[in-house]
Design a protein around this ligand. Structure first.
Ligand code: S3P
Length: 187
């Protein structure tokens, strides 16, 4: 059996597979793609928080920000974290700002494993600098702007994370495999 297969089996066997694995990190760090692959590897459901919020609200994240304000979005986000924390095994792609509320972080850490995907500001800018679906980026559309935003969140990400995986120059499959190995305690 390969190291990866062993890692995946161990991740399931030691109970990690019964609990959510929360991927956190800045917009554009690859949370959605990686958590979809990871969930497939672990044989658990995949949840993309923004997608669930959009589906339930019947409108986009940008529309929620514009029409109800950021706080209303953060409330929906916290309500969803509460449900996910009670919902058993899942690969969860969190929103980039989910860790800004300490109450979310304690629920996430208490119910599952929190993994930070860490990327350089240059990588983030290249990937999402021109995205029109991320209202938080407005007014920060430059590498420097992204660097500033990231600096303001650095501590929240570090505090929340049990594991950190750097993502620059890695494929989503490589990152998912690295996480599966970390989860299995094989690292
Ligand atoms: C946000 C990140 C977005 C989304 C919302 C707010 C943030 O998620 O939740 O636009 O505050 O960083 P992604 O990280 O999936 O882009």
């Amino acid at each position: 059996m390969s190291g990866l297969q062993e890692g995946v089996r161990a991740a399931r066997d030691n109970g990690t597979g019964e609990r959510p694995v929360y991927l956190i990190g800045f917009m554009g760090s690859g949370k959605s793609t990686v958590s979809r692959i990871l969930a497939g590897m672990l044989g658990v459901k995949h949840l993309e928080m923004d997608e669930v919020i959009e589906r339930e609200a019947g409108r986009s994240v940008s529309e929620i920000f514009a029409e109800e304000g950021e706080e209303a979005f953060r409330e929906k986000e916290s309500a969803l974290v509460r449900r996910i924390a009670d919902g058993g095994a899942a690969g969860v792609s969190c929103g980039g700002g989910t860790v800004l509320r300490p109450e979310n972080v304690s629920l996430m850490r208490g119910s599952g494993t929190v993994v930070l995907l860490s990327a350089a500001p240059e990588t983030i800018y290249r990937r999402v600098g021109h995205s029109r679906t991320r209202p938080v980026l407005e007014g920060h559309r430059s590498v420097e702007g992204v660097r500033e935003l990231m600096a303001g969140r650095e501590e929240a990400y570090r505090r929340a994370a049990e594991f950190t995986v750097t993502v620059d120059d890695k494929t989503p499959e490589e990152i998912a495999e690295e996480i599966a190995t970390l989860l299995s305690g094989n690292e």
